[in-house]
Ligand binder design. Sequence first.
Ligand SMILES: [Zn+2]
Length: 194
Amino acid sequence: MVNEKSIKRFLNLKVRWIRNMNKLALDPRTLQLSSRKNRPYSCILFTMKLKETEIRKMIEVAALVRRNAFILHSSHRVGASVLTDGGEIYSGCNVQSVISGLGTCAERSAIDHAVAHGHYRFRAVCVIDDGLLPPCGACLQNMLLFSQVAGREIQIVCADMKGLYRIYVLSKLLPLGYRTKRYLRKMRAYGNRK
Ligand SMILES: [Zn+2]
């Protein structure tokens, strides 16, 4: 039966639930400040600082490959490059398709290029466009997968054709991305391959 008391109880529950939601929405980076024992399995441990020469090289490679973008529906050319742990740089560009949903972004194309050469640990991904645009959600989620492979942050260098760039860390752009626990061991095994 609905009476004043039950409505009050319902509203109280709702307020408590919303409070909990706010707690859950905290930036997961703050979880890193908790003790080592309490850290979630998926937390990102550290970031390797990029050298100026590495940033410049990544932007150069991405700008060069941008010219090869396969574009059909728009004039949107994007170039990308990936910096591996060993210092190798692999490039990729966007490839559009006549079938909607089949196109590939430059960032994922660069990551796939590196994987095809047997690299699974990445320090940074660079993307170059007309303006300073961060990667799309699908690419960020894909980077998060490889961030789990290496057990560390991936830095994202967003550059424009005028030579300006800005660096972000993946967890800032995708704080609540999907992290897998089920395949973590298999993924880490790729990361440890020699
Ligand atoms: Zn994308």
